[in-house]
Design a protein around this ligand. Structure first.
Ligand code: GUN
Length: 288
């Protein structure tokens, strides 16, 4: 029996339809949700991500604005921009597209974002809140993975989850979010010795290594839930994940495709965090 395919595109559409209704409700109450995106330099992939974020915002009724800086910009210029966005009542979410040029200090820039507008959840305060189980904003990619599991009624509590990858954007927050939901979590990296010994025991396997097709069928427990966060461009121009989809789909119980799996969920959860930020701002106005 082949794996059930977790259709990220379909789940993203459903969630976006719900977000549109929440945005309409906010607009009726006089608050148009607003997102500001800061991009520094001319990284081609970042440019595409930002354009996709702007388009997705307009589709669900979120106002968005982009602040672009050349790679030669000084950090202080970006900090000043963030300061004025922090004070702007029309902006509920602020994100700084990563990577920043090497002369920037990532944490200095990210921690200058107001905690209640940090819709990426990358501010050190928000990272600490996530660690202690008092999440303010869940980082978008792992949040999207959790929603994909939930919408497919896949249990997390008591399951052995293996996360491969230790990035601040995916691996680490993913492990914390699964732990918070009662999973037994093992964190590996692409360099883990005898990696298959770990992956073979995973009920839920989340792969975020950036190594094309590194997870093969022999490494997967029959019936496991396999979530592929990777998106890699092959020499022939085609996209593939970190999981060897063609072989693993015959072993796994559930699997996410690439493209059309986790990818569409990441921007959806950014929209979700922005709406949440606007709803919180509205509640604060009401309670004043
Ligand atoms: N660069 C790659 N992924 C992300 C993300 O989720 N947020 C931001 N701000 N930058 C990124």
């Amino acid at each position: 029996m082949g794996a059930q395919i977790i259709d990220g595109k379909k789940i993203a559409e459903l969630v976006r339809a719900e977000l549109k209704l929440r945005a309409e409700k906010l607009i009726q109450s006089g608050i148009k949700p607003g997102l500001a995106v800061i991009i520094v330099g001319d990284n081609a992939a970042s440019g595409i991500y930002v354009r996709n974020k702007v388009k997705a915002c307009s589709e669900v009724g979120i106002y968005s604005e982009v602040h672009s800086f050349p790679s030669s910009a000084q950090q202080s210029e970006v900090l000043n921009c963030i300061q004025s966005l922090n004070e702007n009542p029309h902006i509920h979410g602020i994100l700084v597209q990563l990577p920043l040029p090497s002369h920037f200090e990532n944490n200095r820039v990210i921690t200058s974002i107001a905690v209640e507008k940090d819709v990426d959840g990358f501010h050190l305060y928000n990272v600490g809140a996530l660690v202690t189980g008092n999440t303010i904003f869940s980082p978008c990619t792992p949040y999207g993975v959790v929603v994909m599991l939930e919408r497919n009624h896949i249990p997390i509590e008591g399951q052995h989850a293996v996360v491969i990858g230790r990035s601040n954007i995916v691996g680490k927050p993913m492990a914390l979010m699964l732990l918070e939901r009662g999973a037994t979590v093992t964190i590996c990296t692409s360099k883990t010795r005898d990696l298959h010994e770990f992956t073979k025991n995973a009920d839920i396997l989340v792969v975020a290594t950036g190594k094309p097709r590194m997870i093969t069928a022999e490494m997967v427990k029959p019936g496991a839930v396999v979530i592929d966060v990777g998106i890699n461009r092959l020499p022939d121009g085609k996209l593939c994940g970190d999981v060897d989809y063609e072989s693993v789909k015959n072993i796994a119980g559930y699997i996410t495709p690439v493209p059309g799996g986790v990818g569409p969920m990441t921007i959806t959860m950014l929209l979700c965090n922005t709406i949440l930020a606007a709803e919180r701002a509205q509640a604060n106005i009401k309670n004043r």
